[in-house]
Design a protein around this ligand. Structure first.
Ligand SMILES: Cc1ncc(COP(=O)(O)O)c(C=O)c1O
Length: 365
Protein backbone atom coordinates (compact mmCIF):
# COMPACT_ATOMS: atom_id res chain seq x y z
CA UNK A 1 0.00 0.00 0.00
CA UNK A 2 1.39 3.39 -0.95
CA UNK A 3 0.59 4.86 2.44
CA UNK A 4 2.41 2.06 4.17
CA UNK A 5 5.52 2.72 2.14
CA UNK A 6 5.41 6.41 2.79
CA UNK A 7 4.57 6.36 6.45
CA UNK A 8 8.05 6.17 7.95
CA UNK A 9 9.31 9.31 6.21
CA UNK A 10 10.29 12.26 8.35
CA UNK A 11 7.72 14.94 7.48
CA UNK A 12 6.09 14.12 10.77
CA UNK A 13 9.21 14.82 12.74
CA UNK A 14 10.53 18.07 11.38
CA UNK A 15 8.91 18.38 7.97
CA UNK A 16 12.45 18.72 6.63
CA UNK A 17 12.90 16.17 3.88
CA UNK A 18 16.17 14.32 3.94
CA UNK A 19 17.66 11.79 1.52
CA UNK A 20 15.42 8.74 1.31
CA UNK A 21 17.09 5.56 2.44
CA UNK A 22 16.10 2.27 0.82
CA UNK A 23 15.49 0.88 4.31
CA UNK A 24 12.79 3.44 4.93
CA UNK A 25 10.82 2.07 2.03
CA UNK A 26 11.18 -1.58 2.92
CA UNK A 27 9.95 -1.68 6.50
CA UNK A 28 7.68 -4.61 7.19
CA UNK A 29 4.01 -4.03 7.89
CA UNK A 30 4.49 -5.12 11.48
CA UNK A 31 6.63 -2.03 12.07
CA UNK A 32 3.97 0.39 10.86
CA UNK A 33 1.97 2.45 13.30
CA UNK A 34 -1.38 0.90 14.18
CA UNK A 35 -3.25 3.58 12.31
CA UNK A 36 -1.90 2.34 8.97
CA UNK A 37 -3.36 -1.08 9.60
CA UNK A 38 -6.72 0.53 10.40
CA UNK A 39 -6.75 2.04 6.93
CA UNK A 40 -6.53 -1.31 5.27
CA UNK A 41 -10.15 -2.03 6.23
CA UNK A 42 -12.58 -1.34 3.37
CA UNK A 43 -14.53 1.90 3.61
CA UNK A 44 -18.03 2.72 2.44
CA UNK A 45 -17.90 4.56 -0.93
CA UNK A 46 -16.41 7.99 -1.58
CA UNK A 47 -17.93 9.65 1.48
CA UNK A 48 -16.70 6.86 3.74
CA UNK A 49 -13.17 7.34 2.43
CA UNK A 50 -12.93 10.98 3.62
CA UNK A 51 -11.09 11.46 6.90
CA UNK A 52 -8.74 9.28 8.95
CA UNK A 53 -5.78 10.24 6.75
CA UNK A 54 -2.56 8.78 8.12
CA UNK A 55 -0.14 11.63 8.69
CA UNK A 56 2.10 10.89 5.77
CA UNK A 57 -0.53 9.52 3.51
CA UNK A 58 -0.73 12.62 1.40
CA UNK A 59 -4.14 12.72 -0.14
CA UNK A 60 -7.83 12.53 0.40
CA UNK A 61 -9.97 10.41 -1.94
CA UNK A 62 -10.75 13.45 -4.10
CA UNK A 63 -7.07 14.32 -4.14
CA UNK A 64 -6.88 17.27 -1.75
CA UNK A 65 -7.34 18.41 1.84
CA UNK A 66 -10.49 20.20 0.69
CA UNK A 67 -12.56 16.99 0.49
CA UNK A 68 -13.22 17.41 4.20
CA UNK A 69 -14.61 20.92 3.86
CA UNK A 70 -16.66 19.79 0.85
CA UNK A 71 -18.28 16.94 2.74
CA UNK A 72 -19.01 19.07 5.80
CA UNK A 73 -20.57 22.01 3.94
CA UNK A 74 -22.87 19.62 2.05
CA UNK A 75 -23.81 17.74 5.23
CA UNK A 76 -24.44 21.10 6.91
CA UNK A 77 -26.80 22.15 4.09
CA UNK A 78 -28.63 18.83 4.36
CA UNK A 79 -28.97 19.07 8.13
CA UNK A 80 -30.32 22.62 7.86
CA UNK A 81 -32.81 21.51 5.17
CA UNK A 82 -31.25 23.88 2.62
CA UNK A 83 -31.02 21.21 -0.05
CA UNK A 84 -33.29 18.30 -0.95
CA UNK A 85 -32.61 15.22 -3.13
CA UNK A 86 -31.79 16.16 -6.70
CA UNK A 87 -30.79 19.71 -5.71
CA UNK A 88 -27.82 21.81 -6.83
CA UNK A 89 -24.70 22.73 -4.88
CA UNK A 90 -23.05 25.98 -6.02
CA UNK A 91 -19.61 27.06 -4.79
CA UNK A 92 -16.87 29.59 -5.45
CA UNK A 93 -13.52 27.84 -5.27
CA UNK A 94 -9.93 27.90 -6.46
CA UNK A 95 -10.73 24.37 -7.62
CA UNK A 96 -9.97 21.85 -4.92
CA UNK A 97 -13.11 22.36 -2.84
CA UNK A 98 -14.98 22.20 -6.13
CA UNK A 99 -13.35 18.87 -6.97
CA UNK A 100 -14.26 17.54 -3.51
CA UNK A 101 -17.80 18.86 -3.97
CA UNK A 102 -18.10 17.36 -7.43
CA UNK A 103 -17.21 13.96 -5.96
CA UNK A 104 -19.55 14.37 -2.98
CA UNK A 105 -22.36 15.57 -5.27
CA UNK A 106 -21.91 12.59 -7.59
CA UNK A 107 -22.05 10.20 -4.67
CA UNK A 108 -25.12 11.90 -3.19
CA UNK A 109 -27.00 12.66 -6.43
CA UNK A 110 -26.73 16.48 -6.46
CA UNK A 111 -25.81 18.73 -9.37
CA UNK A 112 -22.62 20.76 -8.88
CA UNK A 113 -21.95 24.26 -10.23
CA UNK A 114 -18.53 25.84 -9.74
CA UNK A 115 -17.34 29.45 -10.12
CA UNK A 116 -13.59 29.87 -10.06
CA UNK A 117 -11.01 32.54 -10.94
CA UNK A 118 -9.79 32.04 -14.51
CA UNK A 119 -6.18 32.19 -13.27
CA UNK A 120 -6.34 28.64 -11.94
CA UNK A 121 -4.75 25.64 -13.64
CA UNK A 122 -6.46 24.03 -16.63
CA UNK A 123 -5.98 20.62 -15.00
CA UNK A 124 -8.41 21.55 -12.20
CA UNK A 125 -11.00 22.92 -14.64
CA UNK A 126 -10.75 19.79 -16.82
CA UNK A 127 -11.09 17.47 -13.83
CA UNK A 128 -14.14 19.35 -12.54
CA UNK A 129 -15.82 18.97 -15.93
CA UNK A 130 -14.88 15.29 -16.11
CA UNK A 131 -16.55 14.83 -12.74
CA UNK A 132 -19.74 16.32 -14.17
CA UNK A 133 -19.58 19.80 -12.64
CA UNK A 134 -20.74 22.88 -14.54
CA UNK A 135 -17.71 25.19 -14.41
CA UNK A 136 -17.68 28.98 -14.79
CA UNK A 137 -14.12 30.36 -14.90
CA UNK A 138 -14.52 34.11 -14.30
CA UNK A 139 -12.08 37.06 -14.17
CA UNK A 140 -10.09 37.15 -10.92
CA UNK A 141 -11.28 40.26 -9.07
CA UNK A 142 -11.12 41.23 -5.40
CA UNK A 143 -13.74 40.09 -2.91
CA UNK A 144 -15.22 43.59 -2.61
CA UNK A 145 -16.06 43.54 -6.35
CA UNK A 146 -19.59 42.16 -6.98
CA UNK A 147 -18.17 40.11 -9.88
CA UNK A 148 -15.85 38.16 -7.55
CA UNK A 149 -16.35 34.40 -8.10
CA UNK A 150 -17.90 33.92 -4.66
CA UNK A 151 -20.60 36.54 -5.21
CA UNK A 152 -21.34 35.10 -8.64
CA UNK A 153 -21.75 31.65 -7.05
CA UNK A 154 -24.15 33.05 -4.42
CA UNK A 155 -26.27 34.80 -7.06
CA UNK A 156 -26.36 31.63 -9.18
CA UNK A 157 -27.75 29.60 -6.25
CA UNK A 158 -30.30 32.33 -5.51
CA UNK A 159 -31.64 32.06 -9.06
CA UNK A 160 -32.38 28.30 -8.73
CA UNK A 161 -34.91 26.27 -6.76
CA UNK A 162 -33.54 23.63 -4.40
CA UNK A 163 -30.00 24.99 -4.57
CA UNK A 164 -27.46 26.00 -1.97
CA UNK A 165 -24.37 28.20 -2.07
CA UNK A 166 -22.10 26.35 0.33
CA UNK A 167 -19.95 29.43 1.01
CA UNK A 168 -16.78 27.65 2.09
CA UNK A 169 -14.99 30.86 3.12
CA UNK A 170 -17.47 31.93 5.78
CA UNK A 171 -19.43 28.76 6.47
CA UNK A 172 -17.91 27.46 9.69
CA UNK A 173 -18.94 23.89 8.85
CA UNK A 174 -15.61 24.02 7.00
CA UNK A 175 -13.67 24.76 10.23
CA UNK A 176 -15.74 22.09 12.02
CA UNK A 177 -14.55 19.46 9.50
CA UNK A 178 -11.03 19.99 10.79
CA UNK A 179 -12.00 20.18 14.48
CA UNK A 180 -13.77 16.84 14.13
CA UNK A 181 -11.39 15.03 11.77
CA UNK A 182 -7.96 16.54 10.95
CA UNK A 183 -7.18 17.79 14.47
CA UNK A 184 -8.05 14.50 16.22
CA UNK A 185 -6.20 12.48 13.56
CA UNK A 186 -3.02 14.51 14.09
CA UNK A 187 -3.40 14.16 17.85
CA UNK A 188 -3.86 10.37 17.72
CA UNK A 189 -1.02 9.86 15.28
CA UNK A 190 1.42 11.80 17.43
CA UNK A 191 0.83 9.57 20.45
CA UNK A 192 -1.92 11.77 21.87
CA UNK A 193 0.15 14.85 21.26
CA UNK A 194 3.20 13.56 23.15
CA UNK A 195 5.21 13.71 19.91
CA UNK A 196 3.82 17.01 18.77
CA UNK A 197 5.31 20.46 19.34
CA UNK A 198 3.97 22.51 16.47
CA UNK A 199 1.50 22.77 13.62
CA UNK A 200 1.72 25.14 10.67
CA UNK A 201 -0.11 25.58 7.37
CA UNK A 202 -1.15 28.19 4.85
CA UNK A 203 -4.73 29.37 4.50
CA UNK A 204 -7.25 29.85 1.75
CA UNK A 205 -10.55 29.79 3.56
CA UNK A 206 -8.63 29.26 6.81
CA UNK A 207 -10.77 26.23 7.63
CA UNK A 208 -7.85 23.83 7.98
CA UNK A 209 -5.63 26.06 10.10
CA UNK A 210 -8.48 27.31 12.29
CA UNK A 211 -10.03 23.90 12.92
CA UNK A 212 -6.73 22.18 13.64
CA UNK A 213 -5.53 25.07 15.82
CA UNK A 214 -8.80 25.11 17.80
CA UNK A 215 -8.52 21.38 18.43
CA UNK A 216 -4.80 21.21 19.23
CA UNK A 217 -4.82 24.27 21.48
CA UNK A 218 -7.66 22.87 23.54
CA UNK A 219 -6.28 19.34 23.73
CA UNK A 220 -2.76 20.43 24.64
CA UNK A 221 -3.95 23.24 26.91
CA UNK A 222 -2.07 25.69 24.75
CA UNK A 223 1.21 23.77 24.70
CA UNK A 224 1.30 22.91 20.97
CA UNK A 225 2.40 25.96 19.01
CA UNK A 226 0.36 26.89 15.94
CA UNK A 227 1.59 29.15 13.14
CA UNK A 228 0.14 30.48 9.91
CA UNK A 229 2.18 30.27 6.71
CA UNK A 230 1.57 32.90 4.04
CA UNK A 231 2.50 33.26 0.36
CA UNK A 232 3.32 36.64 -1.23
CA UNK A 233 0.20 38.75 -1.87
CA UNK A 234 -1.64 37.48 1.20
CA UNK A 235 -2.37 39.92 4.03
CA UNK A 236 -2.41 37.55 6.99
CA UNK A 237 1.31 37.43 7.83
CA UNK A 238 1.42 41.23 8.13
CA UNK A 239 -1.87 41.17 10.06
CA UNK A 240 -0.54 38.70 12.63
CA UNK A 241 2.91 40.28 12.90
CA UNK A 242 1.42 43.74 13.45
CA UNK A 243 -1.10 42.56 16.05
CA UNK A 244 -4.01 43.18 13.68
CA UNK A 245 -2.88 46.68 12.59
CA UNK A 246 -1.68 46.05 9.03
CA UNK A 247 -2.94 44.25 5.95
CA UNK A 248 -0.04 44.37 3.50
CA UNK A 249 -1.20 42.99 0.15
CA UNK A 250 1.98 43.46 -1.91
CA UNK A 251 3.02 40.92 -4.52
CA UNK A 252 1.47 37.82 -5.97
CA UNK A 253 2.17 34.12 -5.85
CA UNK A 254 2.31 31.04 -8.07
CA UNK A 255 0.62 29.02 -5.33
CA UNK A 256 -3.06 28.19 -5.85
CA UNK A 257 -5.79 27.85 -3.24
CA UNK A 258 -3.97 29.85 -0.59
CA UNK A 259 -3.43 33.50 0.25
CA UNK A 260 -6.15 35.70 1.61
CA UNK A 261 -7.13 39.36 1.61
CA UNK A 262 -9.29 39.27 4.74
CA UNK A 263 -9.95 37.37 7.96
CA UNK A 264 -12.70 34.92 7.01
CA UNK A 265 -15.40 33.77 9.43
CA UNK A 266 -13.64 30.40 9.52
CA UNK A 267 -10.38 31.95 10.71
CA UNK A 268 -11.87 34.60 13.00
CA UNK A 269 -12.43 32.45 16.12
CA UNK A 270 -8.85 31.16 16.12
CA UNK A 271 -6.59 33.84 14.69
CA UNK A 272 -5.86 35.16 18.20
CA UNK A 273 -4.75 31.69 19.30
CA UNK A 274 -1.91 31.60 16.76
CA UNK A 275 1.61 31.84 18.15
CA UNK A 276 3.20 33.17 15.00
CA UNK A 277 3.33 33.33 11.24
CA UNK A 278 5.87 32.85 8.51
CA UNK A 279 6.12 34.33 5.01
CA UNK A 280 7.37 31.97 2.31
CA UNK A 281 8.60 33.41 -1.01
CA UNK A 282 7.67 31.52 -4.19
CA UNK A 283 11.32 30.69 -4.92
CA UNK A 284 11.48 28.61 -1.72
CA UNK A 285 8.13 26.91 -2.42
CA UNK A 286 9.02 25.92 -5.98
CA UNK A 287 12.41 24.60 -4.93
CA UNK A 288 10.64 22.45 -2.31
CA UNK A 289 8.26 21.02 -4.96
CA UNK A 290 11.35 19.69 -6.74
CA UNK A 291 13.17 18.63 -3.56
CA UNK A 292 10.19 16.63 -2.31
CA UNK A 293 10.02 14.83 -5.64
CA UNK A 294 13.76 14.14 -5.70
CA UNK A 295 14.44 13.39 -2.04
CA UNK A 296 11.14 11.92 -0.87
CA UNK A 297 9.55 10.62 -4.04
CA UNK A 298 6.44 12.67 -3.31
CA UNK A 299 4.76 14.74 -5.97
CA UNK A 300 3.10 17.71 -4.28
CA UNK A 301 1.55 21.00 -5.35
CA UNK A 302 3.06 24.38 -4.50
CA UNK A 303 0.84 25.10 -1.48
CA UNK A 304 1.98 21.80 0.05
CA UNK A 305 5.60 22.65 -0.70
CA UNK A 306 5.11 26.04 0.94
CA UNK A 307 3.79 24.23 4.00
CA UNK A 308 6.87 21.99 4.09
CA UNK A 309 9.18 25.04 3.92
CA UNK A 310 7.18 26.66 6.73
CA UNK A 311 7.29 23.48 8.84
CA UNK A 312 11.06 23.29 8.46
CA UNK A 313 11.37 26.93 9.56
CA UNK A 314 9.07 26.32 12.51
CA UNK A 315 10.95 23.17 13.56
CA UNK A 316 14.18 25.16 13.46
CA UNK A 317 12.66 27.92 15.58
CA UNK A 318 11.24 25.47 18.13
CA UNK A 319 14.61 23.79 18.53
CA UNK A 320 16.38 20.54 17.84
CA UNK A 321 14.24 17.41 18.11
CA UNK A 322 10.93 19.26 17.88
CA UNK A 323 8.13 17.64 15.93
CA UNK A 324 6.11 19.82 13.62
CA UNK A 325 3.14 18.66 11.57
CA UNK A 326 1.88 20.26 8.41
CA UNK A 327 -0.58 19.48 5.63
CA UNK A 328 0.22 18.21 2.15
CA UNK A 329 -2.84 19.66 0.50
CA UNK A 330 -2.80 18.09 -2.95
CA UNK A 331 -0.64 16.58 -5.68
CA UNK A 332 1.39 18.23 -8.42
CA UNK A 333 -0.78 16.48 -11.03
CA UNK A 334 -3.13 19.44 -10.76
CA UNK A 335 -0.42 21.90 -11.82
CA UNK A 336 2.17 19.90 -13.72
CA UNK A 337 1.83 21.85 -16.97
CA UNK A 338 2.97 24.89 -15.00
CA UNK A 339 5.34 23.63 -12.32
CA UNK A 340 7.44 21.48 -14.65
CA UNK A 341 7.43 23.75 -17.69
CA UNK A 342 10.60 25.72 -18.43
CA UNK A 343 8.66 28.43 -20.25
CA UNK A 344 6.27 28.88 -17.37
CA UNK A 345 9.07 28.94 -14.79
CA UNK A 346 10.88 31.55 -16.90
CA UNK A 347 7.71 33.63 -17.19
CA UNK A 348 7.53 33.69 -13.37
CA UNK A 349 11.29 34.33 -13.04
CA UNK A 350 11.61 31.11 -11.06
CA UNK A 351 13.82 28.98 -13.31
CA UNK A 352 16.92 29.91 -11.32
CA UNK A 353 15.18 28.90 -8.08
CA UNK A 354 15.52 25.26 -9.16
CA UNK A 355 19.00 24.02 -8.18
CA UNK A 356 21.13 22.67 -11.03
CA UNK A 357 20.88 19.03 -9.92
CA UNK A 358 17.06 19.25 -9.92
CA UNK A 359 16.70 20.91 -13.34
CA UNK A 360 16.41 17.42 -14.88
CA UNK A 361 12.78 17.40 -13.69
CA UNK A 362 11.88 20.37 -15.87
CA UNK A 363 10.64 18.09 -18.63
CA UNK A 364 8.03 20.32 -20.28
CA UNK A 365 8.96 23.17 -22.59
C1 LIG B 1 -4.10 23.46 -2.87
C2 LIG B 1 -4.71 24.08 -1.64
N1 LIG B 1 -3.93 24.25 -0.57
C3 LIG B 1 -4.40 24.82 0.55
C4 LIG B 1 -5.70 25.28 0.64
C5 LIG B 1 -6.13 26.00 1.88
O1 LIG B 1 -7.01 25.31 2.71
P1 LIG B 1 -8.07 26.12 3.57
O2 LIG B 1 -9.13 26.61 2.63
O3 LIG B 1 -8.61 25.10 4.54
O4 LIG B 1 -7.39 27.25 4.25
C6 LIG B 1 -6.53 25.13 -0.46
C7 LIG B 1 -7.90 25.64 -0.42
O5 LIG B 1 -8.64 25.61 -1.39
C8 LIG B 1 -6.03 24.52 -1.63
O6 LIG B 1 -6.80 24.36 -2.73
Amino acid sequence: MAAARLLPRPLLRTALPSRASPQAFSRSLSQLPKVAAAHMAPVNGFVGAIGNTPLIRLMEPGGSVKDRAALYVVKDAEEKGLIKPGGTVVEGTAGNTGIGLAHVCRSKGYKCVIYMPNTQSQEKIDLLRMLGAEVHPVPAVAFDNPENYNHQARRHAERLDNAVWTNQFDNVANRRAHIETTGPEIWEQTDDGRNLDGFVCATGTGGTLAGVTAFLKEKSQGRVKCWLADPPGSVLHSYIQSGGELMDRQGGSITEGIGQGRVTDNLKPDIEKLDGSVHVPDAESIEMVYRCLDEEGIYIGASSALNVVAAAKMAKALGKGSNVVTILCDGAYRYQNRLFSRKWLQSKELESAIPQHLQKYIILE
